[in-house]
Design a protein around this ligand. Structure first.
Ligand code: NAD
Length: 260
């Protein structure tokens, strides 16, 4: 098999994950959606994907901090979609505070969702992909997998961790028809970024408008936010047959941020 037909996208009720899910659906791929939110909103997004793209779109409410729920989600996707061709580990959260004020429970939660969840999903998905001699694993890392910013200790640690995890698993499955890559986006204006603006303003003692212009867009030489469509298009390419030799790569989509 060289054509991906089914995918799990974790954290696909919002932002980048939803953008990737919709990009996959546009290719005719059947999906397992996942993430939190108001049930009516999730159902609306799920139904919109079905109506617009005429694909299957299942939904799992699995909590990415709970290994058992992650296992069940992967097994359910495989059973109900008939295969598991693509796994996108995208769910993530952010918290911004100086190290001495960083709540230990936030550290644990960020490490669990942004890093350990990918381990738990991959360890169940890899045997399924090996059996079908095809698989694509795409971890949504960040520019913060490559460089740091102050006040984001847990996030930067988790994202650097996922970079190492991506490379390790890529080596392990390289001969099995499975690729493992990380996409490293710069700033995308999603709820995750919107929510951190007030805390960043507080931590740096500046206004929220200054955070957007002097912190977020300052990092990106293009001076514009990356779009979810740009991330979705790269995910589609990585899932496709022409990406068979791209593995163990950390692919920046960051408007030049990490070229500094
Ligand atoms: P978002 O807040 O819009 O979406 C996050 C998704 O994760 C939501 O669907 C949410 O329900 C889900 N989620 C959160 N906790 C969960 C849990 N415990 N179990 C299951 N699902 C959970 O954020 P986003 O910006 O779209 O972020 C998606 C990914 O992209 C994250 O890994 C983030 O670190 C990464 N990223 C974002 C940016 C950016 O600028 N927005 C930049 C680089 C990387």
């Amino acid at each position: 098999m060289s054509q991906a037909r089914t995918a799990i996208v974790t954290g696909s009720t919002s932002g980048i994950g939803l953008g990737i899910a919709r990009a996959f659906a546009a290719q005719g791929m059947n999906l397992m959606l996942n993430g939190f939110g108001a049930p009516a909103d999730i159902e609306k997004e799920r139904q919109a994907i079905i109506d617009e793209f005429h694909v299957k779109a299942l939904y799992s409410p699995a909590d990415m901090t709970k290994p058992q729920e992650i296992t069940e989600m992967v097994m359910m996707a495989h059973a109900q979609l008939g295969s598991l061709d693509v796994l996108v580990n995208n769910a993530g959260i952010q918290f911004v505070a100086p190290i001495e004020e960083f709540p230990p429970e936030k550290w644990d939660q960020i490490l669990a969702i942004n890093l350990s969840a990918a381990f738990h999903a991959m360890r169940v998905a890899v045997p399924m992909m090996k059996a079908q001699k095809f698989g694509r694993i795409i971890n949504i890392a960040s520019a913060h997998a490559l460089v740091a910013s102050p006040f984001k200790s847990a996030y930067v640690a988790a994202k650097h961790g996922i970079a190492g995890l991506t490379k390790t698993v890529a080596l392990e499955v390289a001969e099995a028809g499975i690729t493992v890559n990380a996409i490293c986006p710069g700033y995308v204006m999603t709820p995750l970024v919107q929510k951190q603006i007030p805390d960043t303003a507080k931590a740096r003692g500046i206004t929220e408008a200054q955070v957007v212009h002097d912190v977020l867009l300052e990092a990106q030489p293009t001076k514009r936010f990356v779009t979810v469509e740009e991330i979705g298009a790269l995910a589609v390419f990585l899932a496709g047959p022409m990406a068979a030799s791209i593995t163990g790569a950390l692919l920046s989509v960051d408007g030049g941020w990490t070229a500094h």
